[in-house]
Design a protein around this ligand. Structure first.
Ligand code: ZN
Length: 310
């Protein structure tokens, strides 16, 4: 579904490299755009990716290490410059509200953005949109950190053959969907008779963390999981010490949570093009599904919907 895709703006942890900008991800979801972890340089990466500041409707920050947030001042000022007319929610760990405020006020500019601050103090639903909700869970890092997941409400898929059989066409299909039942040709038809359950799509965003229950909970049944995989197996001890995941652990999270597509990112600068393939291979030893090794400016489409409800 091309109107739901992840625009990868940057994929480096800690320090950028010649081929990787700091973190940054814009999830395009119908008419919404969720910006996750805008690292330094995000504004310019958006230009290269062909997405404008007005696409952003929500901002979700996992934690306030610089590689996940130093692009926020530039993005907010750009939104102001472009006179983005709609309200924009910003979620971030409540314990570091003061850091958010400093970033928001880092430079002098005429601020006209209608920004709604949504500090996240505990796990649970943090944003409720008409067709989806965003949930947060505290992760295990050296500083307050949260992961996010977007959960689309379940719906129903109309079945053309069944609709034709009972003679419902045109605007009557919409009426039946809205009202749940319709009398046609002297006969009552319910929406259940001519449709099947359609499971909502799910997207999970798991950044800096050790392996923890929350990571598995966020990825549960996700159609796409974006997961940090800072290190390869050889650096597993380092990952544990600094509160990060290895690629193999990211694979485990996807596998044990029943996820469908795993996107690896947030790589240590020690893995440049050429020796990064080992990360995908190590994740694939744990996860049998497709693994995408993210590169800057990649666009990763949400997988098509499950044919059956979970
Ligand atoms: Zn961090």
């Amino acid at each position: 579904m091309s109107d739901r895709e992840l625009v990868v703006l940057g994929t480096a942890s800690q320090a950028p490299t010649r081929s990787r900008n700091h973190n940054g991800y814009l999830l395009l979801w119908d008419d919404e755009g969720l910006l996750f972890d805008p690292g330094e340089g995000t504004q310019r990466q958006m230009l290269f990716a062909g997405v404008t500041a007005s696409r952003i409707t929500r901002i979700c920050i996992t934690h306030f290490h610089g590689d996940h947030c130093l692009g926020l001042p530039g993005v907010l000022q750009r939104m102001s410059l472009d006179r983005v007319p709609h309200a924009v929610d910003a979620c971030f760990p409540a314990q570091n509200h003061a850091v958010f405020t400093r970033l928001r006020r880092a430079a002098l500019f005429h601020d006209v953005v209608n920004l709604k601050e949504r500090p996240v103090a505990a796990g649970g639903t943090v944003l409720q949109a008409a067709k989806f909700r965003v949930e947060a869970q505290p992760l295990s890092h050296g500083v307050p950190a949260i992961g996010y997941r977007l959960v689309e409400a379940d719906g129903r898929r109309m079945l053309p053959d069944e609709l034709a059989e009972v003679g419902i066409t045109g605007p009557d299909i919409g009426r039946l969907q809205r009202e749940g039942r319709l009398v046609t040709g002297g006969r009552l038809v319910t929406v259940e008779q001519v449709s099947e359950p359609r499971r909502g799509q799910r997207f999970a965003f798991i950044m800096d963390t050790r392996l923890c229950d929350a990571a598995f909970a966020l990825a549960d049944g996700a159609d796409m999981v974006v997961c940090e995989s800072t290190f390869a197996d050889t650096e597993a001890a380092l990952a544990r010490e600094y509160g990060h995941l290895t690629a193999r652990q990211a694979g485990r999270i996807a596998a044990e949570s029943g996820a469908r597509l795993l996107v690896l990112t947030h790589f240590s600068q020690r893995y440049e093009r050429g020796d990064e393939q080992q990360l995908a291979e190590q994740a694939a030893t744990a996860f049998g599904g497709p693994v995408v090794l993210a590169h800057d400016l990649d666009r990763v489409s949400m997988p098509s919907r499950h044919p059956q409800p979970a």
